[in-house]
Design a protein around this ligand. Sequence first.
Ligand SMILES: [Zn+2]
Length: 384
Amino acid sequence: MKLRKINSILPQPQFFLSWGLFLFSCLISYLSGKEFLKQHKVEPIYPSSALTIQKKLSDFFPALRNSAGDTEVYIFEGKEPGGHIFITGGIHPNEPAGFITPIILIENIKVNQGKIVLIPRANASGFTHSDPQEGNPQHFFIETSKGKRFFRLGSRLTNPIHQWPDPTIYINPGGQKLSGSEVRNLNRCFPGRSKGFLTEKIAFGLMEVIRQEKIDLGIDVHESAPEYPVINAIVFHENSAELAALVAMNMEAYGFKLRLEASPPNLRGLSHREWGDSAGILAVLLETPNASHGRLKGKPSISLIVEGMDKFYPKASRSGRLFVNYPESGIPLKERVARHLAAIISLIESFNELFPQKKIRVENIPNPAELMIKGLGFYLHNPQ
Ligand SMILES: [Zn+2]
C-alpha cells in the first residue's frame, strides 16, 4: 500500500523521456536558428583609400530601399575623364570567384582615368540562404596575414522568404517562358521590371546603375560547374565581338586560354544579352570552373570551395567527360580569381585599344601570376 503511494509521487520514465525530447528539440532549434541568423549577417568589405564614393542600389532605384534586394555600390572615379566600366559579382551568390574577384578589386584599386563601378553582391537576398540538398557549407574563409576573412556562400536564387510563391511558369521581361523558380534567378530577369517581383526590381536597379553612370562596358563575373560547356569562357554580346576576340589574344600573355562564346540572341533575360540590347553597352560575362556547385562533386566542404580538389572531377576529366582539364591538384579559388582578373585587365587593355578617346587607367589591380604565388589573403584587408 505504502510502496504504491511512493511510486505515484516519483516521476515516471515517460516524464524524463518527454522532457529529454523537449530539451533536445530546443537545442536543435537554437543551433539551426543561430546558423539561419548568421547567414543574414553581411560580412564587411574594406575599400581601398582611393574609393570615390560608396552608394546603395536604392540610390539608383529608390523602390529597393529597406528591401532585401538593396546592396552596396562602390564607385572609383579618376581625375581625368575616360570610359566607364561596370563590374558585377554575386548575381549568382553560389559562385565564389564571381564575388571574390570584385571584392579583391574594391580593396586594392585606384582609378586615375575614367570610372569603375562595382557591385560585388548583386543579389543580396541570395546570400542569405544556401541551395537546398547540396550540402555545401554556408561559409568559407580565406587566410590573411592576421587572421581569417569569412565569406558567405549563398544560393543561385533569391531567398524564398523574400520572394514567394513562385509562379508555375515564369515569363521573363524578354517574353521567354521558363520554369517557375527562375523568377528568383537574377540572371534570367534582365532588363527587369520596376513594379515586378523583387528579383526583377533588382535587375531593374542594376539597369538604372548602367543608365545613370553612363556605362560603356559591363562585365558580369560568374562561375560554372566544370561539366558545363561554357567554361573558362567569355560570353559576349554581338556588339562586343571584336573586344572579346582581342581579350582572348591578350589573355594568352597571362597564360590563360579563353573560350569565345557568342550570346544567343533568342536567350532572353541574361546580363550579356539585355545589357547590350536594352542599354546599348558593350556586355560580356566571364565563367570559371567551380567544383562546389557541380553535379559530379564528391564531399562538399570549405576545402572544395577554396582548394577545388575533388575525387571525381579528375576522373571525369581523364575520361573526356569535361570541357576543361581538371587536374588532381584541383582548380583553386585563387586560380579562378586570377583568371577573372587577367580577363578584366585584358578587357581594359582591349577597350583602350578600340576606344582610345575613352581611355581607362587603373593602378593596383593584382597581377594574376603574383596572386597565384602570394594567395588571395595577401590582397585582402586583414580583419584586425
Ligand atoms: Zn552564374
